[in-house]
Structures are given as C-alpha cells and as structure tokens.
Design a protein around this ligand. Structure first.
Ligand code: GLU
Length: 487
C-alpha cells in the first residue's frame, strides 16, 4: 500500500507546538514507509483564515525541516490544496449525499434551533437537532424559500448505530449514533463544514492514515458516518494525546510560548524543537534521548505513540537545545545570536565590519556552553562590550578591598598597555607572568582582575573576555574600578 498522510492546518494563526507535532508524526510516518506527506489548508473559516497565517505556518514547517511532497506550493495530482479552491468538489459530494438520501436541506432559523436546544436541556437531554426538516416536501421547501430562508445541508444520522473506530493509538473506540443529531455539512453560504470537507479531501487525496490531535477524536464518528454513506472505507485513524503543562493543565498561551515562532525568535534550534516534540507522546524503545530527523525516521512507529497526555517540560526542551547548541559551529551560532545582539544596539542591522564579525564569533564561542537558547546571549553582553564594568556588590566588592589589589591592577594595566596583541593565549601568559612577578597565588591575581573588569566573581573565562573587550575597554574598566572602588 502506498502510504499517504496529510497535515491540514487551519490558517487562523501561527503554527503551534501541537500542530508541529502532528505535522512531524505524519512526516515521519510517511518517510518511514516511503509514502507521501501532503500539506493542505483548511481555510473555510473565511473570517479567521488568512494567507498570511498560511504563509507563516509553511515557513515554520520549513524552518523545522519538515518537508512535504505534495500540497500547497509543492503541487501534485490531487489539488487544489486549499479548501476554498475546492468548493465545486464539495458541491458534487453534497449532491451525491442528497440524492442517496443521506443529506437534506434544513431551513430552521437560529431562534428555532435555540428553542429546541433549551427545551432539550430543560428535559435533561443532550441538545441536538431532532430532524424537523428531515421530511420536507417540495412544496414546503418552496414555501420556506419564498420566505427568504437560506437552507443549510444536514447529514442524516442513522438511529441506534454503534460507530466503531479502530484507532492505532487508542484501540477500538465506540460512539453511539443516537447522541449525535443531524449535523450541518454545508452552511447557508454554501461553505462546507470541517467534518464534511475533511472527509471529501481525505477521500479524493487517497489518504491512508489520519494522524492528528486527540481533540478530533470526538469528530471522528461524524466523519466515519460520511464515509459509510459514500460507500468508501475510512482511513486508519491515529489520535495523538493532548499536550499538558507541567502543572497538568492543557498547554495554553497563558502559560507561555505555544507557537513555533516564539521558540524560533528566542533562538532555539529547529533540530532541538523537532527532537523535543517527537518525544511528546512518542517514546523510543531505547534509552537514547537525542535524535536527528533521520534517526527519528528510522526509529518512529505508531505503536510507540502513547495514549496518555504528553507533558511540555520547558526544562527538558532547554536541556535538549543546550545539547544541540554545543554541537553547532560558531559561525552558525553567530548568525543565530546576531538579532539579539542587534536588539541591544551593539551591532548594526546593516553589514558588519570584519572586526565586528570576529567579535561576534568570539562572543558566541565564549558563552555558547552556558546557553539554553540564544536569546540568553543578551545576559552576557556586559562582559564583552563597553568600558564600564557592572557595579560590584557584596563579596565582589570585598575582593577589591584586598591589600594586594592596587598593585595587581596597576601591573595588569601596565602589561595590557605594553602587549602587542591581546589574544586568548597572550592573555593566559600575561596573567601567569603577573602571579610570578607579584609572587602571589593565582586567585589573588585573577579574582581582582575579574571583578575590576566585570564587577562579578564568576562568568566567562578571562582569556575570552579580555581580547573581546579590547585594550581600550579593558583599560577603561580598570580605571573605573580603581577610582570608584579602591580605597
Ligand atoms: N484543521 C484541523 C486542525 O487544524 C485539521 C484536523 C484534521 O487533521 O483532520 O486541527
């Protein structure tokens, strides 16, 4: 069987982590089976859908390196791939369902429907459409249309049927048809609803597996009934679990970043996001926790997708991202940290000089081991830029009170002035020489230099800081510390 799967976002906002995970699982399943992965757009919510959102979703997929074989922008034989371009096709299918008696026009007004709802609720029953327009005659219909009413099309739900769904993740799930009520498949403006359009798309695109979020499980019986009415067998379903926050609530915007772009902007690496979201609901058979996209393709299977909710743990994401940062070349990291440095006004938005580029690479090289994501680079800028150190406090201030400190800083200043080139190795030698000349233990030399330069007891290596600050800034900072903090 040629496996064909799809990701069918509604372009009403950015790509969320949950959507990215659905896309990834479909992608992996297709790759694993040498099948086809399709991306299409469910843009029938005319008010909320936009081309801009569609574009952003596709950009986010591309950034994650989740490539599709067929669909929007890629083309293919089963297009068009936007629902609003497929209205004629839905119309054909609607006619088929009307002709076979599986669908009918309904003229009920909002008020009538509301009344029905309220009276069912009052009787303690599930609110649903009871089928008032099921048996309208042609005369009745004509009369209603003459009143100016525009009909919707409803699907006729069979009574007393058990709808069985065999779900690859959840096993057999049974729904009773009686609770459902005849649902709208085409709205009065002629636009199909999700449950109908998705079935037509999945049939005409020859989809074999529907892998999507658990929130769609309750829609599935409505879709299965349409397959049955059309005499087409359903695809295999696999509903992947919800993503929860660490506190057990559903992952939502209120609790932090939910869109892929949020992570992109903060300087997470796409390979880390992919690795992390793959583990949201899927577990590998071994202990390994780091996977490239190719390794995931190799290892992925639907039977290791879990029924229980996945937990979005930011610490774990940071841990995975830090791992990938450590493996990334400084040139690439420099590009990724650049916008954050620019944001602080430290590097220009236009082209950089060779010197600035060198500084940027040195900067990221000096701190990359300490970062969970690249926006954190901003917190380290003060070590490497400008001629004034942070103000030392507490213990750091005490360090500068040491009796050897004036001599240490004086000698350090002298040596920095004299040296030809400030580089990592030359700074190492310089500091060593100082301990010898002053006959002092290393700490008594390095610590005051560190505090005088940075105002801090800890931080990146001095031999990284000093060359990146440059001679002028180093001397400037020493002078500031000498005048402000030395008694
Ligand atoms: N547009 C739906 C969504 O974004 C697609 C659901 C499906 O895959 O059937 O959730």
């Amino acid at each position: 069987m040629n496996i064909r799967v799809r990701f069918a976002p509604s372009p009403t906002g950015p790509l969320h982590i949950g959507g990215a995970r659905s896309a990834l699982f479909n992608y992996l399943w297709a790759r694993k089976n040498k099948g086809t992965f399709i991306v299409r757009s469910e843009d029938t919510d005319l008010e909320r859908s936009s081309r801009e959102s569609e574009h952003n979703i596709l950009e986010a997929l591309r950034w994650l390196n989740i490539q599709w074989d067929e669909g929007i922008e890629a083309g293919g034989e089963h297009g068009p791939y936007r629902q609003t371009d497929r209205l004629a096709l839905y119309k054909e299918y609607t006619e088929t369902l009307m002709t076979s008696g599986h669908a009918y026009y309904c003229y009920c007004t909002e008020e009538e429907l509301e009344q029905e709802r309220e009276s069912l609720i009052a009787k303690g029953e599930t609110p649903r459409y009871l089928g008032k327009c099921r048996q309208l005659t042609l005369e009745q219909r004509t009369a209603l249309e003459l009143e100016g009413r525009k009909p919707v099309v409803r699907f006729r739900v069979p009574e007393g049927e058990a709808i069985r769904i065999s779900d690859q993740v959840r096993g057999e799930v049974v729904f009773e048809s009686n609770g459902i009520g005849d649902y709208v498949i085409v709205k009065s403006d002629g636009i199909p609803t999700y449950n109908f359009a998705v079935v037509v798309d999945d049939i005409t695109m020859a989809i074999t597996h529907v892998i999507r979020g658990e929130e769609h499980l309750s829609n599935t019986p409505r879709q299965v009934l349409i397959y049955q009415a059309l005499g087409v067998s359903s695809p295999q379903f696999a509903h992947i679990s919800l993503i929860l926050n660490t506190d057990g609530g559903k992952m939502s915007k209120r609790d932090g970043d939910t869109a892929v772009i949020d992570y992109w902007k903060k300087g997470y690496l796409p390979e880390a996001i992919v690795n992390f979201i793959a583990l949201l609901g899927w577990s590998p058979s071994g202990e390994e926790e780091f996977y490239t996209l190719d390794e995931l393709t190799e290892a992925f299977s639907l039977d290791r997708v879990s029924k229980s909710p996945a937990v979005f743990d930011r610490h774990k994401l940071n841990y995975i991202n830090a791992h990938y940062i450590k493996k990334t070349l400084p040139e690439r990291l420099a590009e990724l940290v650049l916008p954050h440095v620019q944001e602080l006004g430290i590097l220009p938005y236009e082209e950089r000089s060779a010197e600035q580029q060198q500084w940027l690479i040195g900067f990221i090289g000096a701190i990359s081991e300490k970062l969970s994501y690249l926006a954190e680079g901003k917190d380290f800028i003060h070590y490497f830029h400008g001629d004034v150190p942070l103000e030392p406090e507490g213990e750091a201030l005490e360090v500068l009170g040491g009796e050897q400190v004036p001599a240490v800083l004086a000698l350090f200043g002298e040596k920095v002035r004299e040296i030809d080139l400030l580089s990592g190795p030359s700074v190492k030698v310089l500091l060593k020489q100082m301990t010898k000349e002053l006959k002092l233990g290393g700490k008594l030399v390095y610590m005051p230099v560190r505090v005088a330069l940075t105002g801090q007891m800890h931080g990146p290596e001095l031999y990284d800081i000093i060359p990146l600050l440059g001679r002028e800034n180093v001397l400037g900072r020493i002078a500031v510390s000498e005048t402000r903090y030395l008694s």
